[in-house]
Structures are given as structure tokens and as C-alpha cells.
Design a protein around this ligand. Structure first.
Ligand code: URA
Length: 200
């Protein structure tokens, strides 16, 4: 793995715009690449862009992004100082009336997109801590049998790089009531704090 190199990340972002490694490029408006400083000590990896991100071209700017921002603030982490990306860089959706409904990427799509995540991580310092947000991201990094529940709370090792696994912020949005929501949000904050401590 190499050191921090902003031009390298910018070049990757341009290359990824033309990616046709799976069929998702046909449905998405654009590739939504990672954003943030190459010298970041924390790298947050989500599943895939949603409807808002697909239109805006930026990761985590919709409802899940607002939960993530709140959790980062609570954990004392400044978003401007971290790198934020996704395991899959195109929005996968299915039409329902006028709406575009999120569909989870399948294994083939996750594997096809993994090259970009690998290249992003190779452009960011080896010591930077990765936060895997949700099962799809964990599976992209560690293989198809990865489960968040069995892996969160302790630092994991990805070829020498520390990784913290946690829930996806959208799980907070899916909570059935206020109590479940508070518990899910609290767990996310605890895991982000752990990552922040490892990164400092
Ligand atoms: N969900 C994700 O996993 N990533 C985004 O960028 C937005 C929503």
C-alpha cells in the first residue's frame, strides 16, 4: 500500500467515471466516488450511493448521510477530515411508480467494484482506520461470510490495516420506534468513537 496522494485519488475518480465492470452503470446517473483528504486518518465505507447521492454525485448527502453526520458529531469526528466512500460506486435501484427504490448490490456487483475501493485504500496511509458501515461493506473487505453482529466492537485486521465494523446508518432510519432508534444510533456512535480512538 502506498502513502497519501491526492492527485492519485483524483485520477482514480476520473477513471471510475467510465467504469463498466458490472451492469450498474446503465442504471445510475454517474459513478459516485469517494471524497475527502488523502491524509485522512479515518476512512468510512458505506454500501452504495442512494437516490440523492446518485443525482448529486457525492457520497452520503441524503437521509443516511444526515444520520452519519449526527453520529460523527456525537463521536467528536469532523467529517471534513475523513475520507468517505462506498463499496459499490453506482446506485442500484428498481422503479416503484415515480420513485427509485434502493436495491442491495449482489455479490457479483460488489466484487466487480472492489478494485476501486482497493485502489482508494492504497492511496491513503496504511495507518488510516477503515470503518465498514454495514454488511455489504464488510463482505466487500472480508468475504461473503462476514456478519456485522459477530464482528463489531473489536478492531479487525485487513492486511495490517485496522478496521471497525458497525451498522449502516440507514439501519437507524429503519428502526421501528424511538427506543430502537436510540439504541441503534448509540451503537453507531460507540463504534465510531472506537475508530476515532484507534485513529488518533
Ligand atoms: N448509503 C450508502 O451506503 N452510501 C451513501 O453514499 C448513501 C447512502
Amino acid at each position: 500500500m502506498g502513502g497519501a496522494d491526492a492527485p492519485q485519488l483524483r485520477e482514480l475518480a476520473v477513471l471510475a467515471q467510465g467504469c463498466q465492470a458490472c451492469d450498474l452503470w446503465k442504471r445510475g446517473t454517474q459513478t459516485v466516488f469517494g471524497e475527502g483528504p488523502a491524509e485522512a486518518r479515518l476512512v468510512l465505507v458505506g454500501e452504495q450511493p442512494g437516490d440523492r447521492e446518485d443525482k448529486a454525485g457525492h457520497p452520503f448527502v441524503g437521509p443516511a448521510g444526515r444520520v452519519l453526520n449526527d453520529a460523527l458529531a456525537e463521536a467528536g469526528i469532523e467529517r471534513e477530515r475523513i475520507y468517505v466512500t462506498n463499496a459499490v460506486k453506482h446506485f442500484k435501484w428498481t422503479p416503484r411508480g415515480k420513485r427509485r427504490i434502493h436495491e442491495r448490490p449482489n455479490r457479483t456487483e460488489v466484487v466487480a467494484c472492489h478494485q476501486w475501493l482497493e485502489r482508494e485504500l492504497a492511496s491513503i496511509a496504511d495507518e488510516a482506520v477503515v470503518v465498514a458501515l454495514g454488511a455489504t461493506t464488510g463482505q466487500s473487505l472480508f468475504g461473503a461470510s462476514f456478519r456485522v453482529g459477530a464482528s463489531r466492537g473489536v478492531p479487525l485486521d485487513l492486511d495490517g490495516r485496522p478496521v471497525v465494523a458497525t451498522i449502516h446508518p440507514s439501519a437507524v432510519l429503519r428502526s421501528r420506534d424511538a427506543q430502537e432508534r436510540a439504541a441503534a444510533f448509540g451503537g453507531l456512535v460507540t463504534d465510531l468513537r472506537l475508530a476515532g480512538e484507534l485513529a488518533s
